[in-house]
Design a binder for this molecule. Structure first.
Ligand code: NAD
Ligand code: MN
Length: 488
């Protein structure tokens, strides 16, 4: 393409969009109780905590705080439902419930997407176009497996495990619930789920869907609360299988507490993924992919491409293009359809991000952020970039879990592999190159559960997801995702 002087202009084309706020009414309640044995019940201790809208800092609703006695009641209800209804039921019938749930999620997906954005801060474009379609797709996928388990494990006799205790984080509240609940039920188990304390609202709307689908009482129970509620669930003797997604530090605690018990365990923990860009990559696509890889969902993504490894020969041009693109990102109201980057999930998370960024600056990395204005209230962080990062810097090693990209360089494919694998994590990685053989050779050597090539953050219920090293063990999704929920 002939390059005119004008085309090389450094100033980005910024378009002023008129605000386009989502206006569909939603059934937000003032108070959410626990979901135990098919009913909504008040917590035994009578206490509630507030869930905040991170875009305003204002409370949205009161959420029940489950005490040990409530967790116990939920586990007992799950056991009763397992023994007397769900496990003996013909698998074809179990599958029908899952199909019904999937269809109801589709019907209500708009309001669920809005509630997800209000409670968690993610842009409506993502909750509407990414989270909710995948939530429904996971229920459909596992509905299909329910009566085909003998084909999933040929020659074996797959049996359910029992009662699953599942603890999930705040970054993809409904999607994590779907990843956990759908395969568990498909294999004939029953569930007690604990959502994250900042994002419990949509889980309670999912409970209403279970009621509407006629799911027998006790098959899924939902207990809300913070870490102590999670710990009570994990430590409960009536649990046969634990599935946890969240921080590596809590994951380690759980692994310790489960050691020596009969409980089965899968952990999906943090990440510090490398997005590797070679000099022969389609550069515009790679810029978009790198931007999507780190700024998607405010960087609240365990598989976020938070380290950019760019080949030295194109470093300056690539970074210049990244900065121009970052300057055009729209930060603001999660309910506005134009928004690219919403609110940071909580004040505590904002503090964590700020602290890690401060340490990056103190260690001498070069910090870049756009000048975009931020809303006055709520929790916000501009999409930002660290260059001149060395492998020993904390921003190259620690998971920031915010919209912050650390840029490093490499010269040869071997060096790229060495640098990418130089982390205690191993959840995902990205490769950008024109050359297929390079993709295959790199993917072979990268110690990461998922490797994307010339794309990033692509998900499908049929493909397994999970980590190496301190990113955890066990897989979710696809046929592999059935394995933790069966005994063979
Ligand atoms: P966290 O691990 O503390 O919370 C995740 C879930 O575990 C929540 O439901 C929480 O209530 C529960 N929990 C907390 N302590 C527990 C305990 N002792 N026993 C049982 N359950 C417990 O994560 P966080 O504090 O919300 O976030 C901190 C960091 O975790 C983030 O900065 C990020 O690095 C990481 N994180 C990772 C993911 C992921 O998808 N892998 C998701 C969210 C957060
Ligand atoms: Mn909230």
């Amino acid at each position: 393409m002939a390059k005119s002087k004008k085309k090389k202009s450094k100033s980005p084309v910024t378009l002023d969009f008129a605000p386009a706020p989502e206006s569909t009414p939603v059934p937000l309640r003032k108070q959410y109780d626990l979901f135990i044995d098919g009913d909504f019940v008040a917590p035994s201790g009578g206490s509630y905590f507030r869930s905040v809208n991170p875009a305003t800092g204002k409370p949205l609703a009161r959420i029940a705080k489950a005490e040990d006695a409530d967790v116990d009641a939920a586990v007992k209800a799950a056991r009763e439902a397992y023994e007397n209804g769900w496990q003996p039921m013909p698998s074809l019938e179990r599958g029908k419930y899952l199909f019904r749930i999937a269809r109801l999620i589709q019907e209500k997906s708009r309001e669920l997407a809005i509630l997800e954005s209000m409670d968690g801060g993610k842009p409506i474009r993502e909750s509407r176009d990414f989270d909710l379609p995948l939530v429904a797709a996971h229920f459909f996928h596992y509905a299909g497996w329910a009566d085909k388990l003998s084909y999933a494990f040929p020659g074996k006799n797959p049996k359910s495990v029992g009662v699953a205790g599942q603890v999930i984080p705040w970054n993809f509240p409904l999607l994590m619930a779907a990843w956990k609940i759908a395969p568990a039920l498909a294999c004939g188990n029953t569930v007690v789920l604990k959502p994250a304390e900042t994002t419990s609202i949509t889980a309670m709307h999912l409970a209403e869907i279970f009621q509407e689908a006629g799911l027998p009482p006790g098959v899924v129970n939902i207990v809300t609360g913070a870490g102590d509620t999670g710990a009570a669930l994990i430590e409960h003797e009536g649990i046969d299988k634990i599935a946890f997604t969240g921080s590596t530090s809590v994951g380690k605690k759980i692994a310790e507490s489960v050691a020596g018990t009969r409980k089965k365990l899968t952990l999906e923990l943090g990440g510090k993924a490398a997005n590797i860009v070679f000099d022969d990559a389609p550069i515009e696509e790679a810029v978009e992919g790198v931007i999507n890889g780190i700024f998607f969902n405010q960087g609240h993504v365990c598989c976020a491409g938070s380290r950019l490894l760019v080949q030295e020969s194109i470093h300056d041009e690539f970074v210049a293009r990244l900065k121009r693109r970052i300057d055009t990102l729209i930060v603001g109201d999660p309910l506005d359809k134009n928004t690219d980057i919403g609110a940071i999930n909580s004040k505590a998370q904002l503090k964590r991000v700020q602290k890690l960024v401060d340490s990056g600056i103190a260690e001498g990395a070069e910090f870049y952020e756009p000048k975009c204005p931020l809303p006055e209230n709520g929790f916000w962080f501009r999409p930002s970039l660290f260059t001149n990062v060395s492998a020993s810097h904390s921003v190259a090693k620690e998971e920031i879990f915010g919209p912050v990209l650390s840029v490093m360089t490499f010269r040869t494919p071997a060096e790229a592999v060495q640098r990418a694998n130089n982390t205690c994590y191993g959840l995902s990685a990205g490769i950008w190159t024109d050359k297929g053989s390079k993709i295959l050779a790199m993917a072979d050597q990268l110690k990461a559960g998922v490797v994307w090539a010339n794309t990033y953050n692509k998900f499908d219920p049929a493909s397994p997801f999970g980590g190496y090293k301190e990113s955890g063990f066990g897989r979710e999704g696809g046929l592999h995702g059935l394995l933790p929920y069966v005994s063979l």
